[in-house]
Write a protein that binds this ligand. Structure first.
Ligand SMILES: [Zn+2]
Length: 213
């Protein structure tokens, strides 16, 4: 992370920063305030988050729609810090990293899946395998629906990638970390966790960069 610490501007807000920190003191404070409430219990799984969607929405827009994929490196570092800082002990960290998949249509439009980029960096930082265990069907965008419709819309949207599943069976009883960039409701994550549980993966925690609550 040396290049991040050496930069003179905060990669999140663009403010000038000093010293060897990854982000500026203002962003650090906002993140610390939010992280006090980690993890969030959504259904029966734990969700770890870095910061508030309201405060860092612009960062996400630059990352997801502005092509600034290099942000993944710092976002994943902040996710790692948030996750490890909230675990009861470091020995409980995940054995396998997976991510919320994008539909084929949207992958084609954008050329990359933001959740996968974050998962790949987390895999490097944590020295853990990253696998495309979930697949997603095409459907309406979650961001275009209200909360009630979101919950309905997500039912059955995920499938297990059978080819990867055969390679991941050894992880069924181990800790799995499911990565996404933003959790606006937790409906998508809850549905992904449900799909995983149906295939024997029962120990899944979620980690996202931004969350609405
Ligand atoms: Zn900042």
């Amino acid at each position: 992370m040396r290049w991040l610490a050496q930069r003179a501007v905060c990669p999140l807000c663009g403010a000038t920063k000093e010293g060897r920190t990854v982000v500026c003191p203002f962003c650090r404070q906002k993140i610390e305030n939010f992280q006090q409430h980690n993890p969030l219990f959504a259904g029966d799984f734990r969700l770890y988050r870095v910061a508030s969607y309201r405060e860092f929405r612009q960062v996400h827009l630059r990352f997801k729609y502005g092509g600034q994929t290099q942000l993944a490196q710092v976002m994943a570092m902040l996710m790692l810090q948030s996750y490890l800082g909230s675990l009861p002990s470091a020995g409980e960290k995940a054995d396998l990293i997976i991510y919320v998949p994008s539909t084929r249509v949207r992958m084609g439009q954008r050329g990359y899946n933001t959740a996968e980029l974050l998962a790949r960096w987390l895999g490097k930082y944590m020295d853990r395998p990253v696998r495309a265990l979930l697949k997603r069907k095409n459907g309406p965008k979650q961001t275009e629906l209200d909360v009630g419709k979101r919950q309905k819309n997500v039912q059955g949207i995920f499938r297990i990638n059978q080819r990867i599943h055969t390679k991941c069976i050894k992880f069924e009883d181990q800790r799995i970390l499911l990565v996404d960039d933003v959790c606006t409701s937790s409906a998508t994550m809850v549905e992904a966790v449900r799909t995983l549980a149906n295939h024997g993966y029962s120990n899944v925690a979620g980690l996202c960069f931004l969350s609405k609550r």
